[in-house]
Design a protein around this ligand. Structure first.
Ligand SMILES: Cc1ncc(COP(=O)(O)O)c(C=O)c1O
Length: 437
């Protein structure tokens, strides 16, 4: 008897595991295909990027940089990564790009490894004001054992209080002055604060994870020309690539550039997910063609959505500044720390609208916040227009203000979404639905 036979006949129990995971993947794809994905950190990739992400590169290794590898078999990948570095420099107007990072968080860990040593001081936006967990003691800042001081915050303008933040920087004399947020409605007034940082010898780091696509599309701000030495970010939020990250710099200093490359490999990555790097390169090529229009339409949709929500009677934050200049909209659904945001997100999910609860200024508890953070970048990518955003706001009102049966609303949500099944702003948009499995 063939001793290997047992290895070929799967047990019923193990087949069940396989079916469970396959079905859940299918079901998750259906949820987003027929629902409205409105989580501000998410996006969908083009069919061309999807093909690459599931290619043979998935199983390969290439430590080092193009032309300087530890492994054989990397000639084609050298072509890919060298092209990607060049395209990233062009798209972001950078003198240096490293495209190996496997996420925005990994980019930040690598950046802090390159810019600071344990025990150094850092200034950043507090998580309560919208800073990311990697900017906090519980995340990358703590991992690097840096001493964190947060900037005084201007709640009305939803940005650092410029004069007070400059004072903090001059007093603390940080090694790194870090800017950028997860709750990111308006460009950071960077120039003055970057100048204060330079006065005390700090490196200026800008985390553009959320807004990278808007920056590349020329629709938000231009940190590398406003004083940032280094910009980090995710490649899969408003930048519509596969999950991953970037390190981008305006510096021409080769020693600094080498430090950044070394921070990625061997610093924080061994395998750096070649299929995702190649997917990023395809996304960069597509972005060169369509990125400006995509970024413009995204911001325009966010503004149309904010206005439509306000007309429906919602409390939309930052009215005095025109609600938003990014892909995000913030709404308040009850008292501070009341959990009203969590309840709203749950009801919207029942109606097929996927969002996340979020702390707003004054909230102190992450799990019972009063608000929602909403993003329109994914809907924009499948062709939602300013007019569609009125319909979406109407759904929100039916679910959260009129408290209509969510099953009724879900039918209408699905009817609208089933007409928007083509991914736009990519090379093969004609008739391709390109959705997750
Ligand atoms: C400002 C900021 N930086 C970094 C990250 C982390 O990005 P990733 O999820 O790609 O690790 C996020 C995620 O939302 C973010 O908002």
């Amino acid at each position: 008897m063939d001793q290997r036979q047992g290895a070929w006949s799967a047990s019923a129990k193990h087949k069940e595991f396989a079916e469970t995971v396959s079905q859940a993947v299918q079901s998750s794809g259906d949820l987003y295909r027929l629902g409205l994905g409105m989580i501000a950190s998410e996006n969908i990739v083009s069919p061309a990027v999807r093909n690459i992400v599931s290619s043979d590169l998935h199983g390969r290794y290439a430590e080092g940089l193009p032309g300087k590898r530890y492994y054989q078999g990397c000639d084609d990948f050298d072509t890919i990564e060298a092209l990607g570095i060049d395209l990233a420099q062009q798209v972001f107007g950078a003198n240096f790009a490293n495209i190996q990072s496997t996420s925005g968080t990994v980019s930040n860990i690598g950046a802090l490894k390159a810019l600071a040593k344990p025990g150094d001081a850092i200034t950043a936006v507090s998580t309560a004001d919208g800073g990311h967990i990697s900017h906090a003691r519980m995340g990358a800042v703590g991992l690097r054992d840096l001493n964190l001081t947060t900037y005084p915050w201007n709640e009305d303008r939803m940005e650092p209080d410029i004069d007070a933040a400059c004072k903090t920087i001059r007093e603390v004399e940080p090694k790194v002055a870090l800017f950028g947020q997860s709750v990111f409605l308006f460009p950071t007034p960077l120039e003055e604060m970057a100048a204060a940082a330079k006065e005390v010898g700090a490196s200026v780091m800008y985390d553009g994870a959320h807004v990278l696509g808007l920056i590349a599309g020329g629709q938000f701000q231009d940190p590398l020309r406003e004083g940032a030495d280094l910009m980090t970010g995710s490649s899969h939020k408003t930048f519509p690539g596969p999950q991953g990250g970037f390190l981008l710099s305006s510096s021409e200093d080769e020693t600094f550039q080498r430090r950044l490359n070394n921070a990625m490999f061997p610093g924080v990555c061994s395998s750096y997910h070649l299929h995702h790097v190649a997917g990023k390169v395809m996304a960069l090529a597509e972005f060169m063609e369509y990125g400006e229009a995509y970024a413009r339409d995204t911001v325009s949709n966010a503004q149309a959505f904010a206005e439509a929500l306000a007309s429906e009677g919602f409390d939309v934050l930052a009215e005095s500044r025109g609600y938003t200049a990014s892909h995000q909209v913030l709404t308040r659904h009850g008292e501070l720390d009341s959990g009203a945001g969590a309840r709203a997100a749950k009801r919207l999910e029942e109606a097929g609208i996927i969002t996340n609860m979020n702390m707003l200024p004054g909230d102190t508890k992450a799990m019972t916040p009063s608000g929602l953070r909403l993003g329109v970048q994914e809907l924009t990518r499948v062709g939602f227009t300013n007019d569609d955003m009125q319909d979406v706001a109407r759904f929100y009102a039916r679910v959260l203000l009129q408290e209509e049966d969510t099953n009724h609303v879900r039918k209408d949500v699905q009817a609208l979404k089933s007409e928007r099944q083509t991914i736009r702003y990519c090379f093969n948009e004609e008739g391709h639905s390109g959705y997750p499995v």
